[in-house]
Write a protein that binds this ligand. Structure first.
Ligand code: FAD
Length: 285
């Protein structure tokens, strides 16, 4: 099934993101996590891909595990140091495993500043390439607060239009903690006549370390009420987990109440958090 067909405007949708183990690490823990998450019956589970493609084998194995548990997988793929040959081979492996949904990304530049070479400059190049190579449903990333390298949200919107023109079927947003930022962004998309489905990426924050990581990778603005929660509970993992779940639920309920139907949960492989959120929304989603 093509993931984009889930977004028919009639039903609310809830999906999860997981990450696979590093290359050479055993899959047992991932298998257990997938089993627990599959029991929650999400609409699909996406599986991340190492920025430099160094865990692509585990990406496919975990995506296959998702489908073996009866859930639709969405395999991420990055291209920052890839060749057309490598991508073609990976597409063949995905096809052989029955995986037809891909989230096509550029990937982050190496933190140490080392040079990377690629046949692809932007995610839109990868999307266009994948679309030519088979009947794949392809999603892309978008950034309600602007991508960290971009010259501004408007410039980003022009670049998102290029992704759509390349064949992108849907977008998943970077995490955000203030829904007004998403509503504003949706208005800009509408104005640019970008009308593919957008999934809101929601991260339940459970500790201080996560916040530091979030600030490092994104431009995300932390609203005052969120900062107050982190200041109060950030050093107490159990309390912060409860507060983070409630905050994420508040965001999700506000989104759905405002007609935003598709929620993608950044679970960080914590099935207990996915469970708490799914159960709290049982009559809503
Ligand atoms: P692009 O769309 O190529 O954009 C990168 C920058 O280039 C942006 O500033 C954009 O405005 C600009 N740009 C794009 N096209 C053009 C153009 N034609 N001309 C000029 N400028 C242009 N990373 C991973 O390593 N693995 C993952 O699994 C992963 N999953 C992710 C999932 C989601 C939902 C999100 C939001 C991000 C994910 N990332 C992942 C992070 C992502 O790889 C980084 O944010 C990366 O820096 C940009 O990827 P992109 O696909 O958005 O790139």
């Amino acid at each position: 099934m093509r993931i984009v067909d889930l977004f028919d405007g009639k039903k609310n949708r809830l999906s999860f993101e997981v990450f696979p183990p590093k290359r050479g690490m055993p899959l047992e823990e991932s298998k257990e996590i997938i089993k627990e998450m599959a029991a929650l019956n999400p609409d699909f589970i996406s599986v991340t891909y190492g920025a430099l493609g160094n865990n692509s084998d585990n990406n496919v194995l975990v995506a296959k595990e998702v489908s073996d548990n009866g859930i639709l997988p969405l395999a991420h793929m990055t291209c920052i140091n890839s060749t057309k040959d490598k991508v073609e081979k990976e597409l063949e492996i995905l096809k052989a495993n029955g995986i037809k949904n891909i989230l096509a990304l550029r990937g982050d530049r190496p933190k140490d500043g080392s040079e990377v070479k690629s046949d692809f400059t932007y995610a839109s190049d990868l999307i266009e390439f994948i679309k030519k190579k088979g009947d794949f449903c392809v999603g892309g990333a978008c950034y309600p607060e602007g991508h960290p390298e971009s010259l501004g949200v408007e410039k980003d919107i022009d670049n998102l239009k290029k992704k759509v023109d390349a064949g992108c079927d849907f977008f998943v947003t970077q995490m955000f903690f203030d829904n007004n930022i998403l509503y504003n962004f949706m208005y800009r998309l509408l104005r640019a006549k970008i009308d593919i489905p957008v999934l809101a990426g929601i991260m339940p924050v459970t500790n201080n370390r996560q916040i530091k990581g979030i600030i490092e990778i994104s431009r995300t603005m932390l609203p005052a009420k969120f900062k107050a929660i982190v200041e109060k509970f950030g050093d107490n993992e159990k309390a912060m987990t409860q507060a983070g779940i409630v905050y994420a639920l508040g965001q999700i309920i506000d989104l759905i109440a405002n007609g935003f139907n598709y929620i993608h949960l950044y679970t960080l492989n914590k099935s207990s958090i996915a469970k708490a959120i799914t159960e709290a929304l049982s009559d809503i989603i």
